[in-house]
Design a protein around this ligand. Sequence first.
Ligand code: G6P
Length: 603
Amino acid sequence: MCGIIGYTTKSSNSVDVALSGLKNLEYRGYDSSGIAFYNNNELDIVKAKGKISNLDEKLSKMNTTSNCAIAHTRWATHGEPNETNAHPHHVGKVTLVHNGIIENYAALKEELQQAGYTFNSQTDTEVATAYIDYCYNKCNNKLQALIDACKKFRGSYAFNVIYEDEPNTIYASRKDSPLVVGYSNKGNFAASDVSAILDYTNKYSLINEDDFVKITNSVVTFYNDKLQEVSKEIKTATWDANQYQKNGYDHFMLKEIYEQPKVIQDIFSRYYNDCDYADIDFSNFDNIHIVACGSAMHASLVGKYLLQTYAKIPAMVEVASEYRYSEELITPKTLMIVVSQSGETADTIAALRLAKEKGAYVVGIVNAVGSTISREVDKCIYTYAGPEIAVATTKGYTSQVAIFSTLVLNAMKQKGLLDEDTSSKLKDELLTIEDKLNEVISNRNTYLDIAKDIYNHNDLFFIGRGIDSTVCMEGSLKLKEISYMHSEAYSAGELKHGTISLIEDGTPVISIATDPTLFEKTVSNIKETKARGSYSIFVTTDKHNDMNFAEFADKTVIVPEASEFIQPILVVSALQLIAYETAKLRGCDIDKPRNLAKSVTVE
Ligand code: G6P
């Protein structure tokens, strides 16, 4: 979702640097982009619909010499993606880029219209720009104007502001949307995340919600809302710019799929060598709420299954945007587990704040180090999967599943449910997952072959039982996200209660049956679809290698058999690659699918 980068420098290349940083924010998802800079005291604002390359092309025909620039990628919320609605917005003396939503913009707009302001766009951001200008005209102090305006804004924002009478200084503030400051010898930055600035510096500070920041090319000063200076820790990013490159892969998604064996292996190695779960005592809680969005919610479903099946602990999974409607169930005896790759998902943040208000103990499973969720939870368990650039998550999801597996093993230990023999067998298995995962992802021809069978279809179904049904949900989401095929995940036994009416001659059905105890029942359900003409793609483990699948499967995918603590990770890796190959055949923009954002910072 919207990306921001501002850069003020002693040299004159601020536009080039801001633009290159903006390209590193592309992964967040956007549909237009823009940049503002002062050249010889004249303001230039350049905007383009679509890809950043369109903006780049416009800029290449201009004189872009400037010491300071603010740039933006917009993911449309208020008003369609066109140049008028794209950022930066300029009103009076103020130029602004914004990530978030000003919820009370309609009331503020009325107030401003009465004061004589007029508006060109449909955006809440133009209203915010005008409101800062309005405040500046009243108090004639740039920081104070920003503070006063922010006090009026309801909703979420990360702002970079430039004032006409101080064109080389960036003012910044944030609430519920991410923003960091970056420091380099040549100049200073304010950006949505560290990835935007890693080519230039790894030194950064987090901007807190009540910070107001003045950024010049040599000095960065943080203030509180009383205009008192506050000191700030300067951190060093451990992710390097190289991790933001494709390194020879056709797509970031493919690269990230191939990173999974190491990422997952590292999680289990850390668990056995350096585990610090001592403060999560499951016996302290009456109920467990696992809350997340999208793929993180699918990983949570695996977590719930493992908790219930192996640690005998019931848990509820809720999508974050619906969690507030379960408010009555949250008590000080609630253990909430929030799961988020980015750590910035607005719905998840809102849910965790609600739970904290109600006294729950909140554990986060988070990838992005230093993100809002990682800072606000009582205990953060990092997945350390490294930066994930492709919008459709892969290693983000599997690393969350792996963390759940370790949490459940720990809960079993706490409850005396893990005997020495099982424990040591599981340890051997988990610590060699890298080989099994490599085996799955090296099977590329099988996935391409399946993709060729399905890519021309419009509808597809995934079915499975037990833990496999949760994996179906993730496999189906991957396919939808990047190939734009309509796909539904169904519990295999539930299909016949309505949805089977959609199966026609040739409709692809991908079924998963890894659990030997559910195998026969799932096969019966597959046969029900076959009897209605489905094209059946069957995913199972090598435990069933000697069976004859021809009766109910047109194509088969075999993954290594494993315990349920890692089986979903192995199966989903195959499904990720089926989705990838299918999207490729359909000519889709795999890393940046239409309409989607990597980091969804609005509710
Ligand atoms: C977006 C992404 C999904 C992701 C979800 C939750 O919708 O496109 O891939 O699963 O947000 O993101 P999070 O960062 O909280 O895991």
